[in-house]
Design a binder for this molecule. Structure first.
Ligand code: ZN
Length: 344
């Protein structure tokens, strides 16, 4: 029985200062040009060494957009990024579809398909111009997706997208400025999307590898996290003590974070094991934010983050009777092919 595990990181600036807890250390997206903060990157090497010691390849999805960050992260950390690539990690891309709203003086997630396609195209070019190669994998910022985005990623040579969180639907958080996504009805297993509907299987070359998601109960929990993140009560969320937040499990998908309880992870692993037992193989696709290595209040490394990472990795690696393989995102497609088995 084969269990393939792919962990990827949304690798970007400090979270925006409108997110709970980040009012002091967060990037300011209410200015043009934005004020981008990189404090967490002090701990980047420590984080990457942690994974290297465990011999777990990570897919670092580097933030690129057409504003407010542009190609700044690629240029600032070019040598570090290329170093990670040569050590066996994968370098993919993480694109936010922000555009400047001059009426509200805020960077906001656009929902205009023409604008989305242009941002994705430009981001892929920025990536190639700085690093010298095109990315093979992607996770869109805030799980955003549309037919226009999927089409542009596919024609841009992306092999694997991991933006899907099946069942997840959000009409905008943080005052409606971002986190618009609709993954209701998307399959929970990897699939090639339909070019008329990114949520249905079809004939596109790109592989959608959804973040591993629990089935039913989670949808209510997803509603809770939406509620907690709503602008009107965002202050309440920020005031919840870290201890309280660590006993709440709002996410129903494989997201490793220091801010919420990791208790759901065992259930997600159990679900995948059952599937591997029934079908001979299963995938676990999970993500985290590298910036979570920084505790924004104490300005030091956040030990709860590695605690939760450890918990997941230990759970998976000590499984008996399973052939557990850690994979980069694009290897979910190419690796399977290379090993002689049929392509996903
Ligand atoms: Zn992001």
């Amino acid at each position: 029985m084969e269990l393939t595990v792919a962990l990827c990181s949304d690798t970007e600036d400090n979270p925006p200062n409108y997110l709970p807890g980040w009012s002091n250390k967060g990037s300011n997206y209410d200015k043009n040009p934005a004020i981008i903060m990189w404090d967490w990157t002090r701990h980047w090497q420590d984080l990457s060494e942690y994974f290297h010691e465990l011999e777990i390849p990570i897919t670092w999805l580097i933030r690129v957009d057409d504003g407010p960050v542009y190609d700044r992260m690629l240029r600032l950390f070019r040598n570090d990024i290329l170093g990670l690539e040569s050590s066996g990690d994968e370098i993919g891309i993480h694109i936010h579809t922000f555009s400047w709203d001059s009426v509200y003086s805020k960077w906001k997630q656009t929902r205009d398909p023409v604008c989305e396609a242009r941002i994705v195209r430009r981001s892929l070019e920025y990536f190639k111009d700085v690093l010298g190669f095109y990315p093979l994998s992607v996770r869109m910022g805030w799980n955003a997706m549309s037919n226009a985005i999927m089409e542009t990623l596919d024609s841009g040579g992306i092999l694997v997208d991991a933006s899907a969180i099946p069942g997840n639907n959000c009409r905008g958080k943080f005052g409606g400025r971002d986190n618009f996504c609709d993954w209701r009805g998307a399959p929970q297993e990897p699939y090639h999307p339909n070019n008329q509907d990114y949520k249905s299987p079809g004939g596109m070359r790109i592989l959608e590898a959804p973040i591993t998601t629990l089935n039913t109960r989670g949808r209510k929990l997803g509603g809770l996290v939406d509620l907690l993140s709503n602008y009107r009560i965002i202050h309440m969320l920020a005031k919840l003590s870290p201890l309280t937040r660590r006993t709440i499990t709002p996410n129903f998908f494989l997201y490793i974070s220091p801010w919420w309880s990791a208790s759901i992870i065992d259930k997600i692993v159990d679900m995948s094991l059952k599937k591997a037992e029934e079908e001979g193989k299963a995938f676990l696709v999970g993500f985290f934010h590298s910036s979570d290595i920084l505790d924004p209040k104490k300005d030091c490394e956040n030990s709860f983050f590695k605690g939760n990472l450890n918990r997941f990795i230990k759970t998976v690696t000590k499984l008996k009777g399973f052939d557990v393989k850690f994979s980069t995102l694009s290897s979910l497609k190419t690796g399977v092919k290379q090993s002689g088995a049929s392509e996903v």
